[in-house]
Design a protein around this ligand. Sequence first.
Ligand SMILES: [Fe+2]
Ligand SMILES: [Fe+2]
Length: 174
Amino acid sequence: MRKVTIKDIYQHQIAQKYVRRSGMAHAISVAYHSFRLALQHNANPDWAAKAGFLHDIGHYEWYKDGEWDYQQYREFDIHPIKGAERAHKLLVRLGEDLQAAKEIAHAVLYHTDSALPEGQFKFNSLQKIVHLADEKDKKPGDQHHYSKMDAQKELALVEKLDQEIDRSLLKLGM
Ligand SMILES: [Fe+2]
Ligand SMILES: [Fe+2]
């Protein structure tokens, strides 16, 4: 039995503030991609869905004269670091299992290379999955951060994902 559902996370005000900032539709889509990839690659489907949902929770706004400044963003962004910390804090606050909270925070930290120094790294499967899931939902001109969905549809998709996770955990005997 899971201690925390995607719906618990989705409904929390921290997720509503920060996940929504970088796009709720993108977060839900990456959660679904991560969940399905986890089933294909024998990773924990619950952790994958949560990490997918939370992967961009560390985004902030790079505004210059009212416009998003991509150059500043590329040079100075640390959203995976901020995101790992925010995701961890939120999960622990919701009562998440501490091992799960740690693995999910690490997957958020490594979902993109902007937090990494140059060099070769060995990522675990959860970390690779969240990166791949994010890539799958990327759209030209960073439009994935702006796709919109109404709140009822968001909630319906979140509830459906929770049901799919519960079913798969039962099947896997987890
Ligand atoms: Fe990201
Ligand atoms: Fe993303």
